[in-house]
Design a protein around this ligand. Structure first.
Ligand SMILES: *Cc1c(COP(=O)(O)O)cnc(C)c1O
Length: 485
């Protein structure tokens, strides 16, 4: 299987090269040159790790199968995912929720960020790259912790995470600053998420830094979702959930089902598109946004317009105006890297671009869309809980609301549930109409009392862990940090 760039379809490379390099030299994203096929009927009865190997081995053809098997068994083990990798909850007849938050950091990003580090280390071996990889991550919360947990203790890798000192929740901050491992470091950055992200982007384009690192045999790399190694593990749970619904008799062979996905950077939902192109019977992929609804507008009108106010919402991991992975969809739909490059140039220069009618129609044939305000998401949490005693986090609630609004009669819709509700205890308590205490740990206890559910140990236990990282830096210092990491 070969890979090419969304901005230059003449380029060719292997999967290991795509994963180690991260982004193509022309600024484009790596995409496979074809879609391998996989018959979901063969997957019924397989475990999650076995399903993962079926999917991964079709894309990562230069990786040894024994390596993929060992990695999948370890990453998606019962110990690591609480025995609930790919679990589908069905609290009522027409609500199917694919719970993706039973991993070590309680958000769906674990599916990719537990696996990708292994793919990177192995990929370096495959292509004979012996340099030290330094990973820089700017985070608004979930990505930072999931990346730390994935890369901690790996040979040939160091990682630094930068979070805004006035951005994350207290739980998210503690998840990061208490991380174990000799090769990890965490910094608060003065300012908001944009300041942190701009600082990290500057370090990536800092020529002086690049040559100073090269002299020491070191390279920078990124852990964010533009890397193919983060996307490919996410295809697995679409197949796994379909196979388990088929196995339990909830759907018939060949029956098309919809997936509704709470979306930010368009990575998770794009993995569903790959699953569909590989032959999974998917009806529609429904893209759910919060009030930063740039994707809802794009999918309805063909106009992508990032020039709009940025809203902080109760679903912060979806507060994104430039959804990088959309570029991959545009490439697959048009097959035309020239046009994609043009649109991305326009986006970069003007903050907006418009696709032609034909491209829009091809996208709309697969993708539905909708958005939910914070109030609508809160109401969804309250409604489902009062009826079924099932608790959703605010990101999942956005998708639940949108799925209700766009449901087609007869089609089963699986909602991707992306975070443990205890990751956002204050918003969830408020949604249930309860008083919200100042302290987040108090809020967890309150939520536990009010709903007769239990906070995961990984979150409730944070209060007793010792803080390892306390430094706050100016974003202009990120290059220095990277050099001395
Ligand atoms: C990252 C994240 C999302 C959005 O996923 P994308 O792949 O960026 O679209 C949704 N929910 C939660 C909880 C997340 O952490």
């Amino acid at each position: 299987m070969e890979y090419t760039s969304t901005r230059n379809s003449a380029l060719r490379c292997s999967s290991a090269q795509a994963i180690v390099t991260g982004i193509a030299p022309d600024g484009g994203l790596f995409v496979p040159t074809e879609f391998p096929t996989l018959d979901v009927r063969e997957l019924v009865g397989l475990t999650y790790p076995q399903t993962a190997v079926k999917v991964l081995s079709r894309y990562l053809t230069d990786y040894d199968i024994a390596f993929l098997e060992q990695s999948a068994e370890k990453v998606y083990s019962d110990a690591n995912f609480g025995g609930k990798a790919g679990f589908v909850a069905r609290p009522e007849e027409n609500s199917c929720l694919l719970e993706l938050w039973h991993g070590p950091t309680c958000a769906f990003k674990d599916y990719a960020l537990q696996m990708m580090p292994k793919l990177l280390v192995e990929g370096k071996k495959i292509i004979g790259d012996s340099s030290m990889t330094k990973i820089l991550v700017a985070t608004s919360g979930d990505t930072g912790k999931a990346a730390l947990a994935g890369y901690a203790g790996l040979e040939g890798i160091r990682i630094a995470v930068f979070y805004p000192n006035d951005g994350t929740s207290e739980v998210q901050r503690l998840q990061m600053v208490t991380q174990d491992g000799d090769n990890v470091s965490v910094y608060a950055v003065e300012g908001n998420f944009d300041d942190a992200q701009t600082g990290v982007k500057r370090a990536f384009t800092d020529e002086a830094l690049r040559s100073a690192l090269a002299e020491k045999g070191e390279k920078l790399s990124s852990a964010n979702s533009i890397n193919w190694g983060r996307l490919v593990p996410q295809i697995v749970y679409y197949f796994y959930s379909y196979a388990s619904l088929l196995g339990s008799g909830a759907i018939r062979e060949g029956e098309k089902i919809d997936f509704c996905v709470p979306t930010g950077n368009f990575g998770d939902i794009l993995a569903g598109y790959y699953a569909m192109r590989m032959g999974l019977p998917v009806g529609r992929l429904i893209c759910a946004s919060n009030c930063n609804d740039v994707l809802t507008e794009f999918l309805s009108t063909g106009v992508y317009n990032a020039r709009r106010p940025f809203h902080k919402t109760t679903s912060p991991s979806m507060d994104i105006l430039v959804s990088s992975n959309l570029e991959r969809l545009l490439y697959h739909v048009t097959g035309d890297s020239e046009r994609v490059r043009g649109w991305m140039k326009e986006l970069n220069e003007t903050g907006t671009y418009t696709v032609d009618k034909q491209t829009l129609a091809a996208i709309q044939a697969v993708f539905g869309c909708g958005s939910a305000s914070d109030a609508q998401a809160a109401q969804a949490i309250q409604e489902l809980f009062s009826r079924t005693h099932y608790l959703m986090d605010p990101h999942t609630a956005v998708a639940w609301h949108v799925a209700r609004g766009t449901a087609k009669k007869g089609a089963l819709c699986v909602i991707l549930s992306t975070a443990d509700p205890y990751k956002f205890p204050c918003s969830v308590l408020a949604a249930l109409g309860k008083e919200v205490p100042e302290d987040e740990f108090e809020a967890m206890r309150e939520l536990s009392r009010a709903t007769d559910t239990k906070a995961p140990d990984a979150l409730a236990g944070l209060r007793d862990r010792s803080v390892r990282f306390t430094e706050t830096i100016d974003p202009v210092c990120i290059s220095d940090v990277a050099l001395n990491l």
